[in-house]
Ligand binder design. Structure first.
Ligand code: NAD
Length: 485
């Protein structure tokens, strides 16, 4: 059994709480170890460490910080296989996906923000003959980073890399369900020479360790990725403390297929956007809207290709889906399928646990599930399921589908499939979402803003938007003297 430790001031340590949480491999349902169940005292120690490290780290300057981040990327890249195996066994996802997506993108997060440091420019404004302003940007200070279990290392590094690149020090609270790669990352940071206290990792539960981090007065900003309900609670805690808050929350993303779409491309991508990572990606397209005239053709292809999207041993190269993250999450996913059926929906594919032979017979596997005829006001259509479950709804007109797409409270992402460029622009503009893909899905670029509208979040990160969030802008105004007549 492996026992993970907190990483504070560059040292691994047991939690002051002396409490531990079991962590399991979701594919076998067996515990592989324990992680700290830290409390407010552990968080306080980590925040103090981050405060002490801040002056040195900030004064190091952009070039030196950039070089250190590059080293982190290089070491992580060299250890891709080891990290991918850990991510897969901790989260349940296919090993090949962990390798090609999670770890590759974690490496890219460090490289991108390391190079970003070489290209920062500030504005200056001349506002009178002898008066000018220049904008200075300084790091916020100690930043709290709270992350979920679906893309553990990828999302954690999406926050650590910009935060420390721009001169902040951080206290991270990764998901208690998937702590393994966060723990391993501490060793990489140490090897790369990131000074102790710059990145502190505290493991524990949300309502205890997470809450203490948000409440801590010396933590100036919180970047949070997780559920909408948690985000709302967090915002209420942070608001009276006047912290900067970035919230990346849930989604219920529409995937709209018009009659003139390139259907073979739309179907192949829709299988991935529905079921990649077991549907546990906030950007998955869980509501599929198909024009009435092509519904049958779409369903034939979609169901056939879903059959080939094999659920199995996450380490097997043929497996396209692994296990859901926990038994509780599987129960939640299944309850939404039952609800959809009770509301009048019909299961076209899946709709139940996937039974696998030992040692996976106690794992949390669920079949990729396609539902049709679910009434639009059903909670299965309006609420986030965050699993391998999609609904298919037929539509007649562009206006109708835009109205349906915008009905749920979420506004994270959308996909539109059409060969008509004017329609693509019209619908992309009308759909309420932070990112809209036309004839594609999950095409990411770290330079563009990422975030959601409505209940999917607050603020944007990525490129300049991360720079904005992790720094404070200051206007310095200079009036020149000696020009008086
Ligand atoms: P969650 O909200 O339950 O937990 C997220 C993190 O918050 C965990 O580390 C948890 O311990 C912590 N937490 C819980 N209660 C807290 C509290 N009171 N104070 C501070 N921290 C607290 O979410 P989850 O189940 O881990 O993740 C799934 C959710 O994340 C889904 O809704 C998904 O859509 C969302 N998500 C969003 C994005 C995005 O970029 N918008 C990306 C990935 C996942």
């Amino acid at each position: 059994m492996q026992r993970l430790q907190n990483y504070i001031s560059g040292q691994f340590s047991d939690p002051l709480s002396k409490s531990w949480l079991d962590v399991e491999n979701p594919a076998t349902g067996q515990n592989y170890g324990q992680c700290p169940d830290s409390d407010a005292a552990d968080i306080d120690t980590a925040v103090r460490a981050a405060q002490s490290a801040f002056p040195l780290w900030n004064s190091l300057g952009a070039q030196k910080r950039s070089a250190l981040l590059m080293k982190v990327a290089d070491i992580l890249e060299k250890r891709t296989d080891e990290f991918a195996a850990a991510e897969s066994s901790d989260q349940g996802k296919p090993l090949r996906l962990a390798k090609s997506m999670d770890i590759a993108r974690a490496v890219e997060n460090f490289r991108f923000f390391a190079t970003r440091l070489h290209h920062l420019e500030e504005k200056s404004v001349k506002s009178g003959e002898h008066v000018f302003h220049y904008i200075e940007r300084n790091p916020v200070g100690v930043v709290g980073l709270i992350t979920p279990w679906n893309l553990p290392l990828y999302l954690l590094t999406w926050k650590i890399a910009p935060a420390i690149a721009f001169g902040n020090t951080v206290v991270c609270k990764p998901s208690e369900l998937t702590p393994l790669t966060a723990f391993m990352l501490c060793d990489v940071l140490h090897q790369a020479g990131i000074p102790g206290g710059v990145v502190n990792m505290v493991f524990g539960r949300g309502p205890t360790a997470g809450q203490a981090l948000v409440e801590h007065k010396k933590v100036k900003a919180i970047s949070f990725t997780g559920g909408t309900e948690t985000g709302a609670h967090l915002a209420t805690t942070a608001a009276p403390l006047f912290k900067k808050v970035s919230l990346e929350l849930g989604g219920k993303n529409p995937n709209i297929v018009f009659a003139d779409a390139d259907l073979s491309k739309a179907i192949a991508t829709t299988v991935r956007s529905s079921f990649l990572n077991q549907g546990e990606i906030c950007l998955c397209g869980s509501r599929i809207y198909v024009h009435n005239s092509i519904l049958e053709e779409f369903l034939d292809g979609f169901i056939a290709q879903t059959r080939n999207f094999k659920v199995g041993d996450p380490t097997h190269p043929d497996s396209r889906m692994g296990a859901l993250v926990s038994a509780a999450h599987l129960e939640k996913v299944d309850s939404y399928v039952k609800l959809a059926v009770a509301d009048g929906g019909r299961v076209l594919h899946g709709g139940k646990r996937a039974q696998l032979p030992a040692p996976f017979n106690s794992g949390h596997f669920y079949e990729p599930t396609i539902l049709i005829h679910v009434p639009h006001d059903s909670r299965a259509i309006q609420e986030e399921i965050f699993g391998p479950v999609v609904t298919v709804t037929a539509f007649e007109s562009e206006d109708e589908v835009v109205r349906l797409a915008n009905e749920p409270e979420y506004g994270l992402a959308a996909s539109i499939w059409t060969e008509n460029i004017s329609r693509a622009h019209r619908v992309a503009r009308a759909v309420e979402a932070g990112v809209v893909w036309v004839n594609g899905w999950l095409l990411r670029d770290l330079r563009v803003p990422f975030g959601g509208m409505k209940s999917s979040g607050l603020g944007r990160e990525g490129g300049d938007w991360s720079y904005d969030f992790y720094t404070e802008a200051k206007d310095i105004c200079i009036q020149l003297s000696g020009f008086e007549k």
